[in-house]
Design a protein around this ligand. Structure first.
Ligand code: DP6
Length: 322
């Protein structure tokens, strides 16, 4: 019982932050993302009755016990559904840095879900796969789908899953990910989500989410880049405002993060259509259209502080068995 899948991380355009229900990862608000083609997590899952426990190797190194525990918890969901007790050997290879705010857990849990379901010969729809992936990592629900994706907040396990807003070839947005720091982030998203509810600002952010989601959906469907970058940058700043004012506060931005943000604003002042958006880490995703890509790259390269590595991703496909 062996299968391999490739899944991609995603970048949230409208962010998921905080859970309505923590254990099931029912998000406090809906979210929208781009699946990131070019950044891959290739996951092999092999169930074997001889194994005593699940094992996980990531980029040729054994994973930390906490990560194996989280993978086991996730595999248990699939094992119960398939009525199988066998433990599994998981081997993951990625071509992007892990734990630095590039949604590595999204790609990992989407890939585990798709590969394990295939190895266990389960026939599941993308909607079902997305619900299961969400239990592993909220943002993983979105990486099941390709293109432009919305995770419906819903109010139960059944109603919280991702669906595609537009396919991969709808609009060729480019994500230039400026890696200002490759280290693992100090606080994982799961810890951060749990802090959000006690922050009084979170209520206003969640209450306003339908408006931001609608603005983002329309901008995508109408390919209106000027409107898109406005709402995307604002939504990212709103989420970081919650993070920074939680107790204890979470500060993911570093000096270099702020320098990239300033460089993006300067580019815009010079007439280049670009915006930044930042997940739970210091690295900065710069979104632009193909005609602006060289201007953005040049500005990042000629920045006085620039020895930053820039990863390039484009709108990518759904998670799939290979
Ligand atoms: C800032 O999906 O990583 O990237 O469910 O605890 O694994 P867990 O959280 P995760 O949270 C994502 C937070 C975010 C915003 C987003 O991707 O929507």
């Amino acid at each position: 019982m062996h299968s391999e899948a490739i899944a991609h991380p995603n970048i949230a355009l409208i962010k998921y932050w905080g859970n309505r229900e923590q254990a099931l990862r029912i998000p406090a608000n809906g979210s929208i993302s781009l699946t990131l083609g070019g950044l891959d997590n290739r996951m092999s899952v092999r169930f074997d009755g001889e194994l005593k426990s699940d094992t996980l190797v990531i980029n040729e190194a054994p994973a930390a016990p906490k990560m194996v525990e989280r993978a086991t918890k996730h595999l248990d969901l699939l094992r119960i559904m398939a009525d199988v007790a066998d433990r599994a050997e998981l081997v993951s290879e990625t071509n992007f840095p892990l734990g630095a705010g590039i949604a590595s857990s999204a790609a990992a849990f989407a890939a585990i879900t798709v590969a394990a379901a295939s190895a266990l010969q389960m026939e599941l729809s993308p909607e079902e796969l997305s619900r299961i992936a969400r239990r592993g990592s909220g943002s993983a629900a979105r990486s099941i789908q390709g293109g432009f994706v919305e995770l419906l907040a819903g109010d139960s396990d059944q109603t919280s899953f991702a669906q595609q807003i537009a396919p991969e070839d709808h609009w060729s947005i480019i994500d230039l990910v400026v890696i200002v720091d490759e280290k693992m982030k100090h606080t994982g998203s799961s810890t951060g989500h749990a802090l959000a509810a006690s922050n009084p600002l979170q209520q206003s952010r969640v209450a306003d989410a339908p408006r931001r989601l609608q603005a983002c959906r329309s901008a995508i469907l109408e390919r209106d880049f000027a409107s898109l970058i406005q709402i995307v940058e604002r939504d990212s700043d709103m989420m970081h405002a919650i993070m920074m004012t939680s107790e204890p506060p979470l500060h993911f931005w570093t000096g270099a993060t702020l320098q990239v943000m300033a460089a993006v604003r300067e580019l815009r002042a010079d007439g280049v259509s670009v915006c930044y958006t930042i997940d739970a880490g210091p690295n900065v995703h710069c979104l632009c259209l193909p005609e602006s890509e060289s201007d953005v790259l040049q500005a990042l390269a000629s920045n006085e502080n620039a020895s930053w590595n820039v990863l390039r991703a484009q709108v990518g496909p759904a998670a799939q068995v290979v």
